[in-house]
Design a protein around this ligand. Structure first.
Ligand SMILES: O=P(O)(O)OC[C@H]1O[C@H](OP(=O)(O)OP(=O)(O)O)[C@H](O)[C@@H]1O
Ligand code: HPA
Ligand SMILES: [Mg+2]
Length: 168
């Protein structure tokens, strides 16, 4: 995101589980896959759900940080690469490998991982228009000016009655 998002899309644990399961349904028709490469940290949760549904037990991480402050994209850092044993699966270009992330926004993270595994199948739960062309399978698209609030980033808090509060 370059400008702060002005719409909010909050996702509960229940909703995220349902959406990640819907992703697994779609992926079950796109496989078979030998294993998952999960883009940490956001990809860890959907990867766990997809791995359970598709009965995949080979799970590798690629550790990437790109948003260092709230809603602010900074320099993309690859903190940990894909292990050679997983990078060399199939034809060495990612054929038969499933890459999972929570979302694609500008597409920058997805582009970097695609360079590592050009033939892998790339899946995210959510997609924004700029990142959408970089993913093979996703579940829900939201507009570019929407910020997705994941359940692991939120907590329960008091809500003022609508009549007294600021409009949401
Ligand atoms: O399409 P992009 O503009 O690259 O944005 C999408 C990426 O941004 C977030 O990761 P982040 O860098 O915040 O790290 P995290 O997964 O550890 O929260 C998200 O989990 C995606 O990996
Ligand atoms: O909309 C988003 N929500 C949470 N994390 C993100 N990282 C990039 N875009 C987003
Ligand atoms: Mg991430």
């Amino acid at each position: 995101m370059t400008n702060p998002a002005d719409k909010a899309f909050p996702v509960s644990w229940d909703q995220f589980h349902r959406d990640a399961r819907a992703l697994a349904w779609r992926l079950s028709a796109a496989g078979p896959f030998e294993g998952i490469v999960c883009i940490t940290r956001g990809g860890l949760v959907p990867a766990a759900i997809v791995a359970r549904e598709l009965e995949l037990r080979l799970i590798e991480t690629v550790c990437i940080a790109s948003y260092h402050d709230y809603q602010k994209q900074g320099q993309l850092q690859v903190i940990k690469d894909i292990a050679p044993a997983v990078r060399n699966l199939g034809n060495g270009k990612g054929a038969g490998v499933l890459v999972v992330d929570d979302l694609t926004d500008t597409g920058k993270t997805a582009r970097v991982v695609r360079e590592m595994l050009p033939e892998a199948h790339f899946a995210t739960v959510y997609a924004k228009p700029a990142g959408r062309p970089l993913v093979d399978t996703f579940v829900t698209e939201v507009s570019q000016d929407t910020w997705i609030y994941f359940p692991w980033d939120m907590g329960l808090s008091f809500q003022p009655p609508i009549r007294n509060g600021e409009p949401v």
